[in-house]
Design a protein around this ligand. Structure first.
Ligand code: ADP
Ligand code: MG
Length: 618
């Protein structure tokens, strides 16, 4: 009976540790780490060979490296270190440059390769036989009866588990956790807000790898044997299933899942009396586990304890924000903007056939352009989406980017912001050549974009969405998040305050706790605009920000943009409604078929036959 209890508790502790680690990778960061079990196995193996004596002992019946009889805790720390180190190449190969679905495949393959290599060689891990007679930790100087030792070890394992839980609890409270969730929900948007996605994912891989290895070490200290065949990839699926059932994304959910699936459902059945032929219960277990996971994914995909957005205490009543504080440091506004006062042809005006006067932009481009694009080419598998575009965006102006569908406007924006590598050409921002820069680096210069397709973080609340927009507020590093509120509390409180002021301005104050997925199309647009403003950008690049926004709100947004512009913010925006462009934009760049066909004020480009033709054809 005591043995039963002790064994169950040790497995509970180990499984909770493992689920917390995998939850950080899968539930929080969205990395489908099908190679997870490899890290646990490596940790267990490391503790095994480091605590064993030389392999010449015991008659030399097993072969392994090391064998230096290290104290258990030292071996455990080394195991954690090796788990962390192993996560670097695995993360690099499996996560860094791959789409999420391909990550899963690569990580699964890595896990299988690891097992196969281990099984088929001797010397390192003693082949498929593995290790046995791994000493019980502390048994050199703690002399207990077997039963009492088991209970002692269970308490020890639970202590490790508690420490691990505390570690993850601190992480969950810190801004890093929110950033990782944002990456999970929308990697491209997180990158466009200045987050180094590859590096942040690597944090999840390394921390998860270290904790997984430690959990394996704790287990092997109890069971005393290690064989590669007991750490196969299906074990990862049990852990993944546990997290899905408990509730992915939170420590509570992961811990509950660990209790329910691996411990009660799988370990528990081992104590059932044997029925049918040997191994039948195990086989049925697998079937039942699989069915349970499928049932949850279908019926209860967010798990028993679903992730809830973090709530923030209210420090003051919401009020308006002086709008000039929303713009970051810029070159200052341009008082000599051309006035736009002529109606569009479609609105009754007649095109006047005067020669193009795009001379002004050439004259002033060197002195006044915040952004200069020169001879840019972008291709999608032979389709020239952007074909030799040169244009300038003047500091302190709102520049409209217009043109028929498929003209290459979105592609140009992607190339400017680093999401797309151009074939050739240069992008110069504020005197710096930013061609081929990664999106997060461009964003950190203050170039913030919004997307044509709404890109809210769907499982983050509106307020959390906005907080991701805030430039890094500390606590987004591992160390910072473990330091606790002292490291990031005041910066986060300030960001919350600012977010609430923006929400009040955009009349969404009551929505602050709604999650992204619950919002209407128009609200998503607003969230995206507010999120962009959170970072105090210098240059705002917006791809059809008004599409789908309610008419009454469009006026508000236009007013905002104008005030931001007057405060010195430079804006480049794609907009289809020419009346809006008329009202808002100081100059326009007209594109058609991948090329710029006109630049100037709305009044000027309107007179150009090419523009009229493009719009009639488009
Ligand atoms: P716009 O934003 O002006 O409507 P886009 O920049 O989205 O135009 O597209 C320009 C051209 O590039 C179109 O012909 C479009 O079909 C093509 N294109 C855009 N994105 C892709 C893509 N991911 N793969 C292939 N072709 C694309
Ligand atoms: Mg587009």
């Amino acid at each position: 009976m005591e043995f039963y209890i002790a064994t169950t508790l040790v497995f509970l502790a180990v499984d909770i540790m493992a689920c917390l680690a995998l939850n950080l990778q899968f539930g929080v960061s969205g990395i489908l780490n099908f190679g997870f079990i490899l890290f646990q196995a490596v940790g267990a193996y490391t503790v095994g060979v480091l605590t064993l004596g030389p392999d010449t002992g015991n008659g030399g019946f097993q072969h392994y490296v090391a064998g230096i009889h290290l104290p258990f805790v030292v071996a455990l720390l080394i195991a954690g270190l090796i788990g962390a180190l192993l996560a670097v190449p695995v993360g690099w190969i499996g996560v860094r440059r791959l789409r999420n679905d391909l990550q899963a495949v690569v990580l699964l393959v890595i896990s299988i390769i690891g097992t196969t290599v281990a099984v088929n060689q001797e010397g390192l891990v003693n082949g498929s036989v593995g290790l046995s007679l791994i000493p019980h930790p502390f048994s050199d100087f703690i002399h207990l009866s077997t039963v009492n030792y088991d209970l002692f070890y269970a308490a020890l394992a639970l202590a490790f588990c508690g420490a691990t839980y505390f570690f993850f609890y601190r992480m969950q409270r810190a801004p890093l956790w929110r950033t990782l969730r944002a990456i999970r929900d929308n990697e491209v948007a997180a990158e466009a807000l200045g987050r180094d996605v590859a590096q942040l994912r690597m944090i999840a891989m390394v921390v998860g790898g270290a904790v997984a290895a430690i959990s394996g070490g704790v287990l092997v200290g109890y069971i005393g044997i290690w064989a590669p065949s007991t750490w196969l990839y299906p074990e990862t699926i049990v852990y993944l299933g546990a997290i899905i059932i408990g509730g992915a994304g939170t420590n509570r959910g992961a811990a509950l899942g660990a209790l329910l699936l691996p411990v009660i459902f799988i370990q528990g059945t081992q104590f059932l009396p044997e029925i049918g032929r040997p191994g039948l219960i195990d086989a049925l277990d697998w079937v039942a586990t699989g069915l349970l996971i499928i049932a949850f994914v279908w019926l209860w995909p967010r798990g028993i304890l679903p992730e809830k957005p973090k709530r923030f205490p209210r420090l003051s009543t919401p009020g308006g924000l002086p709008i000039d504080e929303l713009a970051g440091p810029t070159y200052g506004g341009s008082p000599d903007r051309p006035r736009v006062d002529v109606l569009m042809p479609g609105n009754g005006g007649r095109p006047v056939a005067t020669p193009a006067s795009d001379e002004w932009i050439n004259r002033e481009r060197v002195a006044q352009a915040l952004l200069s694009v020169h001879d840019l080419h972008c291709e999608f598998g032979g389709v020239r989406a952007v074909d030799g575009v040169s244009c300038d965006v003047r500091a302190g102006w709102i520049t409209g980017l217009i043109g028929p569908n498929g003209a290459g406007k979105s592609t140009l924006i992607k190339a400017i912001c680093g999401e797309l590598k151009p074939l050739s050409g240069t992008v110069v921002f504020d005197g710096r050549n930013i061609t081929n820069w990664a999106p997060h680096r461009v964003a950190r210069l203050g170039v913030i974009r919004t997307f044509q397709i709404s890109s809210e973080f769907s499982r983050l609340s509106v307020l959390e969405n906005l907080l991701v927009g805030a430039v890094e507020i500390g606590g987004e590093s591992l160390v910072g998040s473990l330091f606790g509120r002292r490291a990031w509390g005041s910066a986060e409180a300030a960001a919350v305050e600012r977010a609430r002021q923006l929400l009040a301005e955009f009349r969404m104050a009551e929505m602050e706790s709604a999650i992204g997925a619950e919002l209407s199309g128009g609200q998503r647009r607003l969230v995206e605009i507010m999120r962009a403003l959170m970072s105090e950008p210098r240059f705002l690049v917006m791809d059809e920000p008004l599409a789908g926004v309610h008419k009454t709100m469009i006026g508000t947004i236009i007013g905002h943009l104008q005030r931001l512009r007057d405060a010195g913010l430079t804006i480049l925006m794609v907009e289809h409604e020419l009346a809006t462009v008329d009202e808002l934009c100081d100059s326009v760049v007209v594109m058609a078929q991948g090329a710029v066909i006109a630049t100037g004020t709305m009044a000027e480009v309107r007179r150009e036959q090419r523009v009229l033709d493009a719009y009639l054809i488009g």
